[in-house]
Unconditional design. Structure first.
Length: 230
């Protein structure tokens, strides 16, 4: 089997041609999470193998919402204590579907966690595995805008302690790298999203500002644009 393929070869990849699940055993479980073991045949080596993993009951999946204010280029983040990490975790607003549609979940969770009403909402992703080596949990990510002029009044659950804050991508990365990691940590999808934006900004600004044929007037527009993005 080839180990380096072209992007078009991805369409011919098939889990069933590489692995065959032969047995699924629930090892332990709680109200929300189950711990499972799968027996499977490795069709490459033709040997039986096992894999243990966690799964949410009912195959429930989370929804994440990325909210940007177009006027300030600031994004909305939440910070809340997470028991498994024993840290405050900085992330985008998110929540579990629990039988609701992904669209309804996105709207409801933003209102509950931050107090803002969603103004516009668009699907930004297919299902995205969160940590595919240890869990079946997969995320759907939306982009959204909110009604900025309203006074946000969250309606958090009794078990939640959530605060929200607005930051530009550069501000987020600065604080993510300077906050005490023993007390607060950024969630991976928020960090990757902000890092991708800032790297993209930098590439655009570097390429545009380096063009020798750009007039001084247009160069000033580019410099102003790049400074605003920061």
């Amino acid at each position: 089997m080839k180990t380096v393929i072209s992007p078009t070869d991805l369409y011919s990849l098939d889990f069933g041609k590489l692995r065959e699940i032969t047995k699924i055993t629930e090892l332990a479980g709680t109200k929300w999470v189950g711990f499972f073991e799968k027996d499977y045949l490795n069709k490459i080596s033709n040997k039986p193998e096992k894999w243990t993993y966690a799964a949410r009951k009912g195959n429930d999946n989370p929804v994440t919402v990325v909210i940007r204010d177009e006027k300030t280029n600031k994004y909305l983040f939440i910070a809340q204590p997470r028991i498994p990490n024993e840290r405050i975790v900085l992330s985008f607003p998110a929540g579990m579907m629990q039988g609701k549609t992904s669209v309804d979940t996105a709207t409801i969770e933003v209102k509950e966690e931050t107090g803002y009403d969603v103004k516009t909402l668009s699907t930004a992703s297919p299902l995205l595995p969160k940590s595919s080596g240890i869990t079946t949990e997969s995320d759907t990510m939306f982009t959204a805008t909110v009604k900025m002029k309203q006074i946000p009044i969250p309606s958090q659950e009794e078990t939640e302690t959530i605060v929200s804050t607005w930051m530009t991508p550069h501000e987020f990365l600065y604080h993510a790298n300077h906050l005490n990691p023993q007390k607060i940590m950024p969630e991976s999808n928020a960090f990757y999203y902000m890092k991708g934006i800032t790297d993209g900004y930098q590439q655009i600004c570097d390429r545009m500002s380096g063009k020798p044929y750009i007039s001084n007037f247009n160069r000033q527009i580019i410099n102003d644009f790049c400074s605003v993005l920061k």
